[in-house]
Design a protein around this ligand. Structure first.
Ligand SMILES: *Cc1c(COP(=O)(O)O)cnc(C)c1O
Length: 434
């Protein structure tokens, strides 16, 4: 088979290689990039997965999907991105938790963001030009992306966040990075921030002069590294029965990455998704019709998504509804059930779930009951509980230990530039700065 290229889910854009797909973000026809075929050689990786490190796994998969970067140049980028592990923790019986929160900002988004940052830096170096990344954030994405690009050569980052509308902890995480990462505190809403970023991309002059790029979650460069930790789960799993993966989901990027890994012959064919009351995907699976809705606020806020963008990729992977239903099962849960599960986890298993992981646990349990299944399940744990201690502590009536790196950032001085909520203000700032 020829080398992998990336094609749009809408099929009306030229196929491009990985670095180009990364730089574009969205394909010119409005679709999302996906590999044009699945390298069959990877079957061997999965046969020999036991005991492999996250870096070993990351290297094999990166080489397969990014053939245009020579191996000796790719290796240090991948190893540097994967600077922390994803431990598999046995919770009880056949239930495991894959902890994805041991990175710099204590959430799984660190994997995708760090990988992307290093590939962007490579691309900037190759083209001999600096790049500017613009990100609108309502909290968590911005800090993961900002920290991932901290000190990365050839790239400047601007994080736009709505003033007064992110938590104190989130604001500290966003505004204390410094160096090449600037926090823009916008006097407006998250929607205003998003609109300003969108307008900046539509401004041809700005886009070209500054080489603007985005780092949002639809980018293939954030998705690809999320395949690695599915492999790392299997590398640590000692049982013989094939596992089911259960993923707390919002935009469904994490789950899509698992399905992509399955296409490369990863031995796991059942996926379970848990959502909060933003239940567009569970409804779609039962009714067959996709009806986006405005999002509702919940305590698992990183999953408050009313129009999950990666569903377009999932539908491209499984065009037939019946096949999709064979591979994916989903259910939604409200905040009450989520809190109950956080309490139960603490009392019965001595484990503290963050609200997102609790939704995952609920989905795994409901699936088991409904299907009378006793398959082993690996629940992806997407965030460290300390990030959500305001919610968790009253529920478990116990304190949540703050990891040092989070505590350290609370001590630092906030540095932000205030900006009015208009595209013109952003443009003036960007032209003056870069
Ligand atoms: C982003 C996020 C999610 C949702 O992940 P998707 O890939 O958008 O489905 C879940 N939990 C946490 C903590 C997150 O930050």
């Amino acid at each position: 088979m020829s080398k992998i290229e990336f094609v749009s889910t809408r099929g009306k854009a030229p196929s491009v290689r990985f670095l180009e797909a990364m730089e574009q973000g969205l394909a010119p026809d409005g679709g999302l990039y996906m590999p044009d075929h699945w390298p069959s050689l990877l079957g061997q990786l999965w046969n020999e997965i036991r005991g492999k490190s996250i870096q070993d796994i990351g290297l094999v998969l990166s080489q397969a999907f990014i053939p245009e970067v020579p191996g000796d140049e790719l290796t240090p980028l991948v190893e540097d991105a994967l600077s922390f592990d994803a431990p598999l923790v046995h919770l009880h019986d056949n239930t495991y938790v894959l902890e994805l929160f041991h990175g710099p900002t204590l959430a799984f988004k660190d994997f995708g963001a760090r990988f992307m940052a290093r590939m962007m830096s490579y691309q900037a170096r190759r083209k001999g030009r600096r790049m500017v990344i613009l990100v609108a954030t309502s909290g968590d994405t911005g800090s993961a992306v900002g920290r991932a690009f901290e000190g990365v050569e050839g790239i400047d980052v601007c994080l736009l966040y709505p003033s007064g509308q992110v938590s104190k902890l989130q604001e500290q995480q966003l505004t204390t990075i410094g160096n090449n990462v600037t926090a823009l505190e916008v006097d407006g809403t998250f929607d205003d921030c998003q609109k300003m970023v969108k307008d900046a991309f539509l401004d041809a002059e700005l886009r070209e002069d500054l080489r603007l790029s985005s780092a949002n979650s639809i980018n293939i460069a954030r998705l690809l590294p999320q395949m690695f930790y599915y492999g790392r789960a299997l590398a640590q799993y000692e049982g013989e029965d094939p596992v089911h993966f259960c993923v707390p989901s919002g935009n469904f990027g994490n789950l899509t990455a698992g399905m992509m890994a399955a296409r490369t012959k990863m031995p796991a064919h059942q996926f379970i998704a848990g959502t909060n009351v933003n239940d567009v995907v569970p409804s779609f699976l039962t009714s067959g019709s996709f009806v986006p809705r405005p999002s509702r606020r919940t305590i698992s806020s990183a999953m408050d998504v009313g129009n999950p963008s990666n569903l377009e990729r999932i539908r491209a992977l499984y065009p037939e509804m019946t096949t999709l239903n064979e591979h994916l099962w989903a259910a939604s849960f409200d905040d009450e059930a989520t809190k109950k599960t956080i309490r139960k986890g603490f009392r019965e298993f001595d484990y503290i779930f963050d609200p997102h992981t609790a939704v995952g646990y609920l989905a795994a349990r409901k699936y088991r009951k409904e299907k009378q299944s006793d398959h082993p399940v690996v629940i992806l744990s997407t965030a460290h509980p300390a990030k959500f201690r305001d919610i968790i502590e009253p529920v478990i009536e116990h304190s949540v230990t703050m990891p040092d790196r989070l505590a350290a950032c609370l001590e630092k001085e906030k540095q932000s530039i205030e900006l009015e909520a208009s595209f013109q203000a952003l443009k003036t700032f960007l032209n003056g700065q870069y």
